[in-house]
Design a protein around this ligand. Sequence first.
Ligand code: GTP
Ligand code: SPV
Ligand code: MN
Length: 580
Amino acid sequence: MTARLQALSEWVAEVSKLTQPDQIHWCTGTREEYDTFVSEMLLSGDLLELNQENYPNCYLHRSDPKDVARVEHLTYVCSKSEIEAGPNNNWMDPVEAKDLMLGFFSGCMKGRTMYVIPYCMGPLGSPYSRYGVELTDSAYVVANMFLMTRMGNEALAHIEQTGSFIKGLHSIGELDPERRYIMHFPEELTIMSYGSGYGGNALLGKKCHALRIASYQARTEGWLAEHMLIVGVENPEGEIHYLACAFPSQCGKTNLAMLIPPKSQKGWKVWTLGDDIAWMHLDDEGRLRAINPEAGLFGVVPGTNQKTNPNAYETIRHDTIFTNVAVTAENDPWWEDKETGEAAVDWQGRSYDTKSGPAAHPNSRFTVSAKNNPSYSSLAEAPEGVPITAVVFGGRRSELTPLVYQAKDWAHGVLVGASVASETTAAATGEVGIVRRDPMAMKPFCGYNFADYWRHWLSFEDRSDKLPKIFHVNWFRRDTDGRLLWPGFGENLRVLRWVIDRCEGRVDADTLPIGYLPKAETIDIEGIDVSPNTLEQLLAVDPQQWREEMDHIGEYLQSYGDRLPDRLSAEHKKIVQALS
Ligand code: GTP
Ligand code: SPV
Ligand code: MN
């Protein structure tokens, strides 16, 4: 054993002394191993078999009913100083936090197996990839990590070579919301998560590593770790443009990344590279290139059907773990808007005769390998990633925000990103539908002070003159009767086409104080149920509403105090003046 691997072995031994598992299993990452875990979970009841004829190799997991979403109020960034974590994060002193967590972890794996999961975020061997090891007592977490990351022997070999990895310690504990914390120690490249078995709380490679810890590393190393999908849009001439889009949780990333062009959009193709996280670096020529650190999808199930997302619908017909969906009398998975079949048993395993409340949990999810997706781009495995033409921010806003607009330049674009607000969703516990600030869709995921994060974003302007253009979209604007104005889903390609046309200098736009707005005739609405009058409503900018919005944004930015970059305040002031 090399000295470097020894560092890992010593940590595993130390944790096992603390948590006292009955046995330790080093994960190899083979399909046979996955199948063994599935068999064991079928015996233990952690997984239930779904109808194998209709859904081969598909299983259902039912979470504890009080453990069905991320818990932002219990998620902490424990940097040495509070100001480093910033007003955007919960903070606890790292010594205090570790004391608290060691108390929870003490003896918590008695009678359980501790799994050692070496994993790689990003294509194996890519200079941009990063490695981690998660120690967990949940077989469900292991199975999800198998589908979501490149885990096992190859990752271990790299860790052995380089000696560097993120340490992630996880236990489901008692699944008691009163004994639950997700703690990050960015300076020590360590994560400790206790008391939840759900998604972003427990699959530590995802939000904890690839966003909170990685964003902290990215700042010091000059790159970006973002809550963004990566999608390739191929025109009928065969040219592909790659877009990176940041929308808050449950605001349409997976759906846009897997879009199938509607019949009216002849000759267009869409390629999926990533659906949740992008790591972006400047290359030698100054272009921003993105890789997807993940290898699988952890997607929202409700709303998925043959019309909205035929791609996802097919992708999850085999080799998929469903979490918290309902089942039909035939034992098929079922969810709201599935459009075929009906629920017999709800997500908690109760008979669904009464039809009270949703049958599938609103944050029910599918876990599936990215390779199941027929539109998966082979370039998602490319070590150098893909060059990004446009960065697109977005949010869920029933009012105010137009269907699409373009920032005037990079610094303005950073302000547009910092100003994102969106209605809250079921992805995190708490009230749904409340508008809150969610800069760059990173409010729950930035591992350090947002003021420093915006400064870091601004700094790219000094490093390259080939940066992507920046845009903002809103698929969720409603009329005065509360009806959605835009059909969304596949039709969103019409908006991406405008975005690409702008990047290529092919269309003129109207210059408004808030940015460049499409001239109505440059958005293709042929063949959809969007009248010219509806398009006008979709693109409308109400100066009075925007003056109020800019006041709120100003107050929000000022809450970051002295650390707020002057450049960002100056951008804000410019727009306020132009609006008055
Ligand atoms: P996270 O995995 O939580 O980060 O979510 P996400 O950003 O990937 O969102 P996702 O694509 O899973 O969509 C969330 C919900 O919004 C689903 O119920 C979708 O059906 C719905 N949705 C997605 N795109 C659109 C759209 O263009 N229009 C409308 N009306 N709904 C959409
Ligand atoms: C999100 O909430 O943004 C997700 C799901 O993508 S989770 O993995 O739970 O964070
Ligand atoms: Mn997400």
